[in-house]
Design a protein around this ligand. Sequence first.
Ligand code: ARG
Length: 587
Amino acid sequence: MQTIPALLETRLRAAVTEPCEVPLCVTPASDTRFGDYQTNAAMLLAKTRRANPRAVAQEILSQLQTDDICSTVEIAGAGFLNFTMRPDWIQERVEKLRSDSTFGVPQPATPRCIVIDFSSPNVAKPMHVGHIRSTILGDSLARVATFIGHRVIRDNHIGDWGTQFGMLLHGWKTILDAVALDHDPLAEMERIYKNVSARCKEDAAVLDAAKHELVRLQAGDTENLALWHEMIRLSQSQFDSIYGRLEIKFDFTLGESFYNKRLKPVVEELRSKGIARESDGAVCVFSDGQFPQEQDPFLIKDKDGWRDNPALVLKSDGAANYTTTDLATLQYRIETWHPDEIVYVTDGRQQLHFRQFFAIFKRWQPEAAEHVKCSHVWFGSILGDDGKPFKTRSGETIRLADLLDEAEERSFAQVSERNPTLSEEERREIARIIGIGAVKYADLLPHRQGDYVFSWDRMLSFQGNTAPYLQNAYVRIRSIFRKLGEAGAVWDQDQPISLEQPTELALGKRLLQFGEVLPLVLVDHRPNTLANYLYELANTFHAFYEACPVLKSEGSQRASRLALCELSARLLKTGLQLLGIEVPDRM
Ligand code: ARG
């Protein structure tokens, strides 16, 4: 189904007789009292033609053919055109929506292949609250892209290689507590890592021992390789338990070590192409002067002016690093999957890394860079009440597993208070759906580039823009159908929808907006666009439900209203699923 803005844009283009260089965009009306959609096309055209905007608007209007879809088109303000859609036409489209499997989302003419690199925790470290954003955002983007009809590849680029393994191996061989490892492998691995890393700073002998273990691992020593595999296995099983709870799936978990063989050739190629050169024993990429200084990722400004800020691709000890690995990974992904876009979901502190890495890619593989869009989708931090990074009371980072436990526990207390008669099993299941949903929604709702304050009370509240509010909206609609069944009444599903009351028409228009809103999520990689839409949908539904009796109405009117209820519930459920959130049957 073509969206209404797209349809109006086609009509607009046909009405503009002279050749036109400006984009003719139709957007939802900023004030719905004056129409449903608007365009500033006449104003833009007037600028290029040096004409009066209202006169241009008048000229367009005289050519515009929209009688079949609009009840009025009016000129407003400095030269806006406001469109009000015909109620009978809206009604027909809503009726079509009932049997449209994508709820009005237009299918892409050519589906794109999108690789989403998300979550990507590091081996031997517990996943903490910082990983939640990448995991939840990346998953939602993948769900939306798949729903729209793109080919999506979910790749978990776990950190399973690097200098930390020297310290881990040394710690494993000297101070490992087998009982503790058995009890909580990641906590024990974290403990030995912290212990050795602290001692490395003070004691050259420990540092040497750790380096020695790393060299042996890199050289393929059997014992060290086996221990390294064991560390990965233990970590992966903890990651998997969290992914299971969050219902997150990956197509690949290749990890950084998968690219080891490609690292040296990448560095060699960068050198031979003159992109990287030696500097102080390391191999680095410097500015090539193609960007203005303010935008150059290889320059940095200090009090003495601009100076070099090169990207290392080989450290002075001969080891490749994060940037080298990302270049090799990109090469592999392009060769293997031929993607149109690669999306990297990480926190905002990695912005410089990605700017440098993308700039190196353009210099290294200019043709590929023309075709493959690379997007760094970054996000801000989660803060505690005090406005500082969210920590436990004793100042430790919060483990994701503990956070999810607490979400379910708090939600369980609420559910039990509301539904004391349900069995414990049922209450646990509802609490799980609400608790996990609340955490996810609270994370997806704010603009991703801002920081947000973590608040249990707010995210678990049934009031306001929260997951429980939306889940409850769904549950309440479902209960209408339960009551219908209990009363032994039947619903004639073949009766068409008829939008008579203003709140019915408003709901119909809101349902039709889904097809416009969903594609926007992928434009700037912001699932909060969808979250806000669902909140508005729930509010529009409530306004309708308050004004229009459903079960107490009769005949074709009741059938039409039931159909509106059913469609609203289905859309709420689908929208929440695209955010990775489930809905309970009752709550
Ligand atoms: N493991 C990294 C971290 O925890 C994130 C990796 C993101 N992906 C990438 N291709 N660089 O910070």
